[in-house]
Design a protein around this ligand. Structure first.
Ligand code: G3P
Length: 271
C-alpha cells in the first residue's frame, strides 16, 4: 500500500528524473518521487547554444537595474569603464561580484610585462575569491600572448582584448584565450569593417573546431549588435544604454497600451 503524500509536497504520481537548461543555461535536474520534487542546479556549462549577453559597464546602479530584468551572463570591465564608475577597482569589482553571482566577471590587466600580467591576474582572482567565473582580460600584444599561455597553463580563464584583426584573434585562441574581443565600432570608425572581422573569426572557430568564443565589443548602435548576432558571434558585451535600447520597439509599446485598453472590465479573475 502506498502512503498518501502531504498536499504541499509537490511530488508526482510516478518517480521520474528530468534534466533541462534554464534560460541562463544552468543545467537543472528535477527529481520527482511520489512525495517529493527536488530541483538541483548541476553546473553551468561553458558551451552555450545562443548568444551570451554581457554588460560592458562597472556602474553599479546601471548593473543593478539591468540585472533586474535582462538575462545577462556576466560583466566586462576595462580601465576606461572603471574610470566612469566613480569607484576604485576593489570597490567596483566587489559590487559587481555581488550582483553577478555565478556569472562571469572579466577584469582587465594593466601591466605591460607578461610576468606582471600573470601576477596581477592571480592576485585579483584570489583577492576577490573568484572561481572559474573570473576572466583575465589581456590585450593582444606580444607580452599579452605570452601571458595568455602562462595563465591558461595555470588554469585561469583568459579573454583576449583590443582585437582589430582576425589574425590577432586566431593567435590569441592558439595561445589559449577562451574569449576573443574584437572592437566593432572602433573598426567601423576607421573605415574598416567590424562585423566582417567578427564574422571571419566566427568562421575560423567553426572551420578549425577551436574552443574559443567571439566576444564582440565596442558597440555604438543596436544595428551593430543585430549584425554580429547574425554573423554568429558567440557573445557580445554591450553598454547599459544599448542593452535598454535593443529590447525597445515603439510598436511593442503601442500594442501593450492597446491590450491594457481592451482588457478593461474583461479580466474578472482576481490575482
Ligand atoms: O569592451 C571593450 C569596449 O568597452 C570598448 O568600447 O566604446 O570604448 O570602443 P569602446
Amino acid at each position: 500500500m502506498v502512503a498518501a503524500c502531504p498536499a504541499s509536497s509537490g511530488g508526482g504520481a510516478e518517480g521520474s528524473t528530468s534534466t533541462f537548461l534554464d534560460y541562463q543555461q544552468l543545467i537543472i535536474k528535477v527529481e520527482t518521487t511520489p512525495c517529493k520534487r527536488t530541483v538541483k542546479l548541476i553546473y553551468k556549462p561553458i558551451k552555450l547554444n545562443h548568444m551570451i549577453y554581457m554588460a560592458d559597464t562597472a556602474n553599479l546602479d546601471e548593473l543593478r537595474e539591468l540585472y533586474s530584468f535582462f538575462p545577462l551572463e556576466g560583466v566586462t570591465t576595462n580601465p576606461t569603464i572603471l574610470s566612469h564608475s566613480g569607484h576604485k577597482l576593489s570597490e567596483s569589482i566587489e559590487g559587481i561580484q555581488e550582483l553577478v553571482g555565478t556569472g562571469m566577471v572579466h577584469v582587465q590587466m594593466i601591466s605591460a610585462e607578461s610576468d606582471d600580467m600573470v601576477r596581477e591576474a592571480k592576485k585579483y582572482r584570489s583577492y576577490f575569491d573568484f572561481g572559474d567565473n573570473f576572466y583575465a582580460k589581456i590585450p593582444v600584444t606580444a607580452n599579452g600572448y605570452r601571458a595568455m599561455r602562462i595563465l591558461k597553463d595555470a588554469g585561469i580563464n583568459v579573454t583576449a582584448t583590443a582585437i582589430f584583426t582576425q589574425q590577432q584573434a586566431l593567435v590569441a585562441m592558439k595561445a589559449g584565450a577562451d574569449f576573443v574581443a574584437p572592437y566593432v565600432s572602433r573598426l567601423d570608425n576607421i573605415s574598416s569593417h567590424g562585423i566582417e572581422v567578427v564574422g571571419d573569426i566566427v568562421q575560423n572557430i567553426a572551420n578549425y573546431g577551436l574552443k574559443g568564443k567571439v566576444l564582440a565589443a565596442s558597440f555604438k548602435t543596436v544595428d551593430q549588435i543585430y549584425r554580429v548576432s547574425m554573423a554568429g558571434s558567440h557573445s557580445a558585451t554591450i553598454s547599459a544604454e544599448l542593452l535598454h535600447q535593443l529590447i525597445k520597439h515603439p510598436m511593442t509599446d503601442i500594442g501593450v497600451k492597446q491590450f491594457e485598453i481592451d482588457a478593461e472590465g474583461l479580466y474578472d479573475i482576481a490575482f
